[in-house]
Design a protein around this ligand. Sequence first.
Ligand code: SF4
Length: 479
Amino acid sequence: MDSRDPGQGSGLSAAVLFPNKREVACASLGFLKAFEVIRRRVAFADLSYVPSGPGDPILSPRRGLLLGEISHREVGRFDIIGFSVSYENDYVNMPGLLIRAGLAPLAAERTKTFPLVLSGGFTMSTNPLPIADFVDAVVVGEIEPVADSLLGVLEDAGRRGLPKDRVLPLLDALPGVYVPALGERSVERIWSDTDGIAPEPGVRPGSHFGDMFLVEVGRGCGRGCHFCAAGNLYKPLRMRSGESIIALAGDAPSVGLVGTAVGDHPDLEFILGRLIAEDRRIGISSLRPDQVSPKIAALLVKGGIKTIAVAPEAGTEALRARIGKSITDAEIVGAVEMLSAAGISTVKLYFMIGLPWETDRDVEAIVGLVTRLARVRGKARLTVAAGPFVPKPHTVFQWAPFEDRAALRRKVDILRRSLSGPILEAARKPVSLKRVLLRRALADPTIELDTEKPLPWDFIVSGVDRKGLKRKYLELRTS
Ligand code: SF4
């Protein structure tokens, strides 16, 4: 085991942490890519996660300290601890992981330069403020374009033995890096060009996706639904070519296509056709209803896909248009018919409730739409899931209020009362209000934010035109 002091000697060591369980981490292409990008640039790297409980091999037997999975070295002894965070709900696990690593959770209480705690991942581009007290620096945007300069600064700091108060300004001066201790200056989200997207890291045993080799087809989405942070914060749209996706898949027998807009890939039929011709299994998690065609549906089934998610989001065409997802009922019905006719065995339907300007009639319309879909589902099983709308920073709806808790419960009851019967199993499960409750503990989330006042996350220059977002929100509010 390497017993040198952190920050000393040649090269850096880095532990990349996912603030959730191992099976979720191993299925997160973003986390695995962040690990690969860092691993290629430091002397030694390891990964770790939220332990599954006492006795987990990533805890030291005697002191219960968090260990790296590969080296079994204590995470607190690495030079860099880098969180990769994909979901806001995982923020709550970050302080606990630092404590498990034997460190003070608050950045201000960690006075030595190393271990230096970084955070990156999708949620850092939306709003890193909830975790700002716990980390030393945040990568806002994608890791690929900043990795060399960021690790270069830290390597140099380690070699020269610079104290933390001299290292933080050096990090703060880097594009795409936010240092909470130095305040909220404007930080531009940075992104890689298509050629710079990190190569695929390969399969990690124990993944939620089994032996499926995940390939990122591209980043970004050209649609811009008003509620969707991913649609805005993965901009610009960058698609890898069909040929390069096939090449990246190598000879993997099972290939999962990952991206914000897989169904919009211009070469999707070609990619699916080639993979099927080579007798490989395919994974795609979801498609927009207007992306489904008889040919695509047939290819999915030939590729071994049994379940596909389709997200109408709202029950009526009018509300769908208002949230920026203009899909007609006929397109949704047609998609379910085509998927069923092709032999898909389960179609998962995702809706949101508590959307801005939603009425009980919109929620009742979910029941009507599902009933209509049940008539055309053939042998396919339908499941329905409804989650509460969460207003996301850097979207048109960033000023919108959360739905009041009582109203949400009433809307859940509308669905529960009506969506009974053999086809609607998921609808009986309770809708998770965890995010809503978390926000409620911090401030009253049911109040619309003032469009004339700055927002806390405005210092993140996301690349999305804030004036345009506001104009659209006000236009929708008065329409
Ligand atoms: S919801 Fe889907 S289609 Fe709409 S912007 Fe987001 S990723 Fe794109």
